[in-house]
Design a protein around this ligand. Sequence first.
Ligand SMILES: *Cc1c(COP(=O)(O)O)cnc(C)c1O
Ligand SMILES: [Zn+2]
Length: 412
Amino acid sequence: MGYVDGLKCRECGREYPVDPIYVCEFCFGPLEVIYDYKAIKKVLKRKTIEKRDKSLWRYKELLPIDGEPQVGLKSGFTPLIKADNLAKELGVKELYVKDDTVAHPTLSFKDRVVAVALTKAKEFGFDTVACASTGNLAHSVSAQGAKAGFKRFVFIPATLEQSKIVASLVYEPNLVAVDGNYDEVNINCSEIANKYKWAFVNINIRPFYAEGSKTQGFEIIEQLGWKAPDNVVVPCASGSLLTKVWKSFKEFKEIGIIKELETKVFAAQATGCSPISVAIKNGTDVIRPVKPNTVAKSLAIGNPADGFYASQVVKETGGYGEDVSDEEIIAGIKLLARTEGIFAETAGGVTVASAKKLIEQGKIGRDDTTVICITGNGLKTQEALAGHTSQMHHISPKLDAFEEVLKKIRGK
Ligand SMILES: *Cc1c(COP(=O)(O)O)cnc(C)c1O
Ligand SMILES: [Zn+2]
């Protein structure tokens, strides 16, 4: 029942059958899933989608599976929040938050990619799944792999936030903390993936895994009332999510779900790890790898696999790239919490603060419809806020102790 035609090299166009492979044998270009859009156009209409269960699988014809979904059956379809309070603060007319802080089951957008990757791993017949992670992927593979009955090997940089380590360990995966940054973990994992017959979700399963990110884009269009926004701001680690949000918009146009598409795509990064936004600002196609140093650990990929393609999407759509300091990230987290009641992790702070800059620069129009992608929950990176929140009032259990405090609060 699947609609996948095969895999295709993004560089030389050579085609491959559907296998757990990710790189072209001839030119080492990355492989991408290609679909039979003519056939999909006949079966996938707005009405068909609207009748289905509210999960990412409502777009299953545009996902790279052959049979029925097997993992993450309730993942996706997170709220799109009209952010009027934040819009007012930033001085724009229409602003929306795509809120993956409440993603099921592990509170980040990685639940989307893992649902698709693990379903595909089942179809391929793997019994063990693995990943190299900046944190949220470790959390999601640990959880969804437990539910799906996989053996799990999860590799993380040893310096990861304690809360993300505990959040992964509770599902009892084999958690391996590597002395090194994400890029070193990733190289280490590529060697391991060559040797062991495991489904490494972001290595040999990467072409299928990455397709899961498209569901964030499909949902944005559906939840806006079947139209694409003028602007979308996407945080970048490897750059994959950004390229796939754009692919999803183009696919909806291709199969006739939307008629018009003029969205500008904007990349958001932390200044302490900004190879993609720097390349965009410098107007170069060369992504210069960096050594990450930022509180936004989930985005700390110094040598981004899809960085080049992300920068091309930004260029092609007339968007831009921006990056923000650790202080701005913290301020961004607090701004979103104060105005919209949404507690985002550091990556969300990056997105809010970058959007603010882009609006101030006039790169994002004040009369436009803009969507910002908030990709992970703040409960997972509470360390980042230590010493940056307001203080609580500590009292003895007496009425007059409270009234003393109340007097102070009400302004002395
Ligand atoms: C992984 C991640 C991203 C972006 O990932 P890409 O590698 O660019 O696809 C964004 N936000 C959060 C919270 C993440 O965990
Ligand atoms: Zn090739």
